[in-house]
Each structure stands twice: as C-alpha cells, then as structure tokens.
Design a protein around this ligand. Sequence first.
Ligand SMILES: [Zn+2]
Length: 158
Amino acid sequence: MQIGDENASTSTWDCAGFDCIRSSFMKTHWAAASARFTTTFINSPSGNKCDVCDRLWFLRSLKPTNEKHLPLLNNAFPEEPEADFKLCGTCKKSLDSGKLSTLSRSNGFVYPPKQHGLPALDPISALLVSPRLPFMQIRRLRYDGSYGIIGRVPLCTR
Ligand SMILES: [Zn+2]
C-alpha cells in the first residue's frame, strides 16, 4: 500500500488496500466538492417552510410568489398575506399551471399544534427528527434484474 503525503489528512478507510495517490486533478475536484458541500448544506439555513404545503426546505430552494399566483392563493388562504409567501418548487409549478398543490394546507395537510408538556429532546431524539431526510431509493436499473441506489446520501447534521 502506498499513500501519498498529501493524503495524510484524509480519512484512511478509503485508502485501505489500494494505491491511493491523488493526482492534482482529483485534489482540485475534491476541494471543489468539499466547498460545494459546505456551501450547500453547512452554510445554508434549513428548516424554512413552504407557505402552501408546510414542508421544510433549504432557504435557497424557496421561491417568492408572483402576480399570477395571488388570486389563487387569496382564495385558498384569505387571512394571510400571499405576497410574502415563499413557495417550494412543487407548489410553484402547480401555481404556474393554474392549480393549487395537492399537498396544500388548504386541503387539510396541516401539522397539529405542538402539545404542551412534552419533554425536551435529547441529542439522539433531535437527530431522529432532523429536517434533513434521506432521498435514497433502490430501483431496478435494467430488465435483467440489476438494482441500484438512486438519490442523495442521507445527511445527519446535529
Ligand atoms: Zn410547497
């Protein structure tokens, strides 16, 4: 096993049993991927909700409403200021096509109020109810019976 000096700071499990000298090309891509991960997940505030479906999103995933959406939103949510709504991609796409999202709060998809008297979350419970959810699926790749994992890696950041 041969490990380059520049890889001393990386984890050792990915180099076990392999010659693992990263080229400068791979180091550049590794640094770019690490920077993108930091920007996308660590520095991006999460826990923001779509005002139509109440699902949680990263702030950069929510879009503002436009004039075309206001009449439909005003019918569905008459007591709320629709101009300040932030929409997820699914709800925005539905509103762009002139319909309200099926998962809209006006269709009854509302979270119940938090009950009083619940104990504070310990670190493991907080991790289990973390807003970052796995999106991995096992799908059949071909007709010959091959399966693969499709989707993003689950993230646990607490
Ligand atoms: Zn939504």
